[in-house]
Design a protein around this ligand. Structure first.
Ligand code: PEP
Ligand code: MG
Length: 562
């Protein structure tokens, strides 16, 4: 038995044989294009690109939901005119067709990687397009996942939409990749298909096809040739986990103390999809997508239509809309800003009101318009609030726009330290623990190298969360959490114990959190919270809280590891 480690996506487990996705074709060493035949070579190369794009479109037509969208988006990337003309230029410059395609794709990937974040994650998809085109040009079989005769654990260096397009949960036991990240395509598909997934597992792609492995996403481990007792445990856990999704009741502790379970939503389409899941509403509707990558700001009408679609999808359920969180860290083409050395500390989020107040006021007016069109009563909140005065200003702007319920995010330590004063100005607050950890620990959240500091279990972060929750409880105002920490079932118990009133997370994380809450009384969550907040460091805080979790919850959620 040997163990490979990586980052788990979700909490599932699976046991079965490995199927290895075929890697990209190797380029021929000698490959040049004679100018006399360049026209024909260009035509062949462009036809190969078109054929790969067509195949993606056909896959997209057969797929559903987010998978279909990713495939269609990849087909669009393949058909990018700039890519085709770069390939053509390289061939006319004497390059062979396979090299021309690979180099043109790499040039686009370099730009996407320089842009970073979600752009960089698209490079896997684009490279897979390039590989398929190259394989076609070289007359080689398509790279990607082999036909699966038996349900299998698919391992690969990385997987693209084209690789995963035909896969169904019936034949796919788990996905394991050496590259990618928690938000890469592989992770998205795994969440959608409901299969366990591990990313960043060094050595996974070198496993022999057919090797029996156990994949444990909760532990972040792949066990080669697993012993029988481990297999039994994981199979039982997977069955119990699957059963959790049957429970659609509102979030509450065992003795009925309510903790609302809400969805984090990044765009209109995922908002509409989230409305179909068992959540009590939206705790964080991020609105950046409407503003980024545009030459001009979205109009009031455009915004109102988008907000109304989400409000309508959620009917009478609560929807918390966050105003634009862009600026120095995510620059907008239509807002002039000076280059900043530390964009995370600069003019971002609510602070944009200093340079472009009309952006915020238009957004608030658009939300009020969406409310009147749908009859809904959205809550609205501002990101990056640092002082009670900013909170008061935001409340006034929201009220002036006709929005009755106005709150702010607590994600800057100053706002947490002054939570009582901030809460005196607004109707509710929502803790953004992603940024609160970043700013409390002075640790850039975009860099992976300081993960131990950027940890919501750090005592200083927990102390600020506790202080904010207590301030809310003292005046009877809601305090939610919408950072990633809310999706961790053990942290969710701590947060509930601290008096947090709602938890907002990716909808796929809700069943495990609901289950954990339901298996503990309010008093038990308070005891878990006390254990976490009195620990001397992050590791011991997590361990102390986990040790108090009910045994059946530990078993089903795999909290004790493999
Ligand atoms: C947070 O900071 O925790 C948060 C929810 O906001 P975002 O991740 O969008 O910055
Ligand atoms: Mg934030």
């Amino acid at each position: 038995m040997s163990v490979l480690r990586g980052i788990g996506v979700g909490r599932g487990a699976a046991v079965g044989p490995v199927a290895v996705a075929r890697p990209a074709p190797a380029l021929p060493a000698e490959e040049r294009t004679d100018p006399e035949v360049a026209d024909a070579v260009v035509a062949d190369a462009l036809a190969a690109i078109e054929a790969v794009a067509d195949a993606l479109d056909q896959h997209a037509a057969r797929a559903e939901g987010a998978r279909a969208e990713v495939l269609a988006a990849t087909a669009t990337m393949a058909r990018d005119r700039a890519l085709a003309s770069d390939v053509e230029q390289r061939i006319r410059g004497g390059a062979g067709p396979a090299h021309a395609v690979r180099d043109a794709v790499e040039a686009v990937c370099a730009m996407l990687e320089a842009a970073g974040g979600l752009f960089a994650e698209r490079t896997t998809d684009l490279r897979s397009v390039g590989d398929r085109v190259v394989a076609r040009l070289l007359g080689q079989p398509e790279p990607g996942v082999p036909a699966l005769d038996v349900p299998s654990v698919v391992v690969a260096e990385d997987l693209s939409p084209a690789d995963t397009a035909g896969l169904s949960p019936d034949e796919l036991l788990a996905l394991v990749t050496e590259r990618g990240g928690p938000t890469s395509h592989t992770a998205i598909v795994a969440r959608q298909l409901g299969v366990p997934c591990l990313v960043r597992v060094p050595g996974a792609a070198a496993l022999e096809p057919g090797t029996r492995v156990a994949v444990d996403a909760a532990a972040g481990e792949l066990v080669v040739d697993p012993p029988d007792d481990l297999v039994e445990r994981l199979v039982a856990r997977q069955a119990a986990l699957a059963a959790l999704a049957e429970d659609t009741a509102p979030g509450a502790t065992a003795d009925g103390h309510p903790v609302a379970l809400l969805a984090n939503v990044g765009d209109v389409a995922s908002g509409v999809a989230a409305a179909a899941t068992a959540v009590e509403g939206v705790g964080l509707l991020r609105t950046e997508v409407l503003f980024l990558d545009r030459r001009s700001a979205p109009t009031l009408e455009e915004q109102a239509a988008a907000y109304a679609e989400v409000l309508r999808a959620f009917g009478g359920r609560k929807v918390v809309v966050r105003t634009l969180d862009a600026g120095a860290d995510k620059p907008l083409a239509f807002v002039p800003h000076e280059a900043e050395e530390n964009p995370a500390l600069g003019v971002r989020g609510y602070r944009l009101v200093r340079t472009a107040p009309e952006l915020l006021d238009t957004q608030l007016a658009a939300l009020a318009e969406a409310a009147s069109r749908t009859g809904a009563e959205p809550w609205v909140m501002a990101p990056m609030i640092a002082t009670p005065a900013e909170a008061a200003d935001f409340r006034e702007r929201a009220r002036a726009a006709g929005l009755a319920v106005a709150g702010v995010m607590v994600e800057v330590p100053s706002a947490a330290l002054q939570a009582a004063e901030v809460l005196a100005e607004v109707d509710f607050v929502s803790l953004g623990t992603n940024d609160l950890a970043q700013y409390t620990m002075a640790t850039d959240r975009l860099r992976g190298s300081l993960d131990d500091l950027l940890d919501p279990w750090q005592p200083a972060v927990l102390a600020l969360v506790a202080r904010t929750a207590a301030a809310g409880a003292a005046v009877g105002r809601p305090v939610g959490v919408c950072g990633e920490s809310a999706a961790d079932p053990v942290m969710a118990l701590v947060l509930a114990g601290l008096g947090v009133t709602s938890l907002s997370m990716a909808p796929s994380a809700v069943p495990a959190v609901r289950f954990a809450l339901r298996r503990h009384t309010r008093a038990a969550t308070e005891e878990i919270a006390r254990a976490a907040t009195s620990a001397p460091d992050a590791g011991r805080a997590r361990a102390a809280a986990t040790a108090l979790v009910a045994p059946d919850v530990r078993e089903v959620l795999g909290l004790d590891g493999a």
